[in-house]
Design a binder for this molecule. Structure first.
Ligand code: TRP
Length: 341
């Protein structure tokens, strides 16, 4: 807990692509809703992205774009500690220390590492570690540090990150067991959404919207690109006159997430009755999205500009994060016997 007496909620966002509507519904909105009950800490996990992003322009652009997106969507940098992981060097020093109390066997069992080995096995490779870098292998340790160094109480994450949270608790436990007489970490807890279903959005091909499927609708695409993408949403060939099942339609599921309840009810009625084509639904979806995104797009582009206020905001956030991290790292150094000279 902090001096304000509120518990700390922390989460990291990996900048591995252009932010899209699925991120908004699945991650950004729920995280911003939590921000009112907790002292919140959000950061951009740019060094985690380095395990897979090899293009320097992409890494730089996506990092900036994730930051600009969160500010645009309402993250208040005064009430939230918001920073880039790479701006907090204490994280990397602690990563080494915690690597030294973490069993290699534990890392061997990590889902992402195992999945990479399984892919190599399936491809018939003799060396199951082919193409796997140490960053991927150590990923869970770095993530544990992100959490432990800020003394987070809760970490809102998707189901796919639950094992990482168990590892963070495990690693903290190992340290506390060895050095707890001098310094111990707070043990963090994952909070996962009750069921993923309510929070997932279909992409243009009808599958879950995800960068890995290449079916995303970017949040801040220019109007013409937005229109084109919405036109490309998969629909069946039911003729205009025929009654349609709204719930079978990806475009309608998107519409439900962005239109007003009255607009949704009206559209549902019209589709069920027949006489309304999928094209008309898509036009309505475009109008609704464009109405909401236009002012946000402008704000986003302002923040993305090279000398915008974004840099100052992130620098301030990093300073506040370091103020939290320094005493933790000092306690750790004392505990392990690396004192200041
Ligand atoms: N691994 C997380 C993801 O891929 C990102 C992340 C990095 C994170 N560090 C974190 C999430 C700390 C929560 C807490 O989405």
């Amino acid at each position: 807990m902090t001096h304000s007496g509120r518990k700390i909620s922390l989460t990291g966002i990996k900048p591995t692509g252009e932010p899209h509507l699925g991120n908004l519904i699945g991650a950004i909105r729920p995280a911003l809703e939590l921000a009112s009950d907790y002292e919140s800490i959000y950061f951009i996990a740019d060094y985690h992205a380095l395990t897979s992003v090899r293009d320097r322009t992409e890494l730089a652009t996506w990092t900036r774009s994730v930051a600009a997106t969160w500010i645009t969507m309402g993250l208040d940098p005064k009430r939230t500690i918001f920073y880039r992981q790479s701006d907090v060097p204490e994280i990397f020093e602690l990563t080494w220390v915690l690597s030294c109390v973490t069993g290699k066997g534990l890392m061997n069992r990590a889902h992402a590492y195992k999945a990479a080995r399984d892919r190599n096995a399936a491809a018939g490779l003799a060396d199951l570690d082919a193409g796997i870098n140490m960053g991927l292998f150590n990923y869970p340790v770095l993530m544990a540090v992100d959490i432990l160094i800020m003394e987070a109480d809760v970490v809102p994450v998707g189901q796919d990150q639950v094992q990482h949270l168990e590892y963070a608790a495990d690693i903290a436990g190992s340290f506390n067991h060895l050095y707890g007489d001098v310094f111990s970490f707070k043990i963090p807890m994952a909070v996962t959404p009750p069921g993923d279903s309510g929070r997932t959005l279909p992409g243009v091909d009808g599958r879950k919207m995800s960068k890995s499927y290449g079916n995303t609708i970017p949040l801040f695409a220019p109007e013409s690109r937005l229109r084109k993408l919405i036109r490309s949403i998969k629909s069946d060939s039911t003729p205009i006159e025929a009654p349609k099942d709204p719930d079978s339609s990806a475009a309608f599921q998107l519409f439900e997430n962005f239109a007003t309840p009255a607009e949704v009810a009206d559209m549902r009625q019209r589709l069920l009755a027949g006489g309304t084509g999928w094209g008309e639904l898509k036009n309505a979806l475009f109008e609704v999205l464009n109405r909401q995104l236009t002012p946000l797009r402008e704000r986003y582009l302002e923040l993305m500009a090279p000398d915008s206020e974004l840099d100052g905001l992130l620098a301030e956030g990093a300073e506040r994060a370091r103020q939290r991290a320094r005493p933790v790292l000092a306690g750790v150094r004392r505990a392990i016997g690396i004192d200041p000279l």
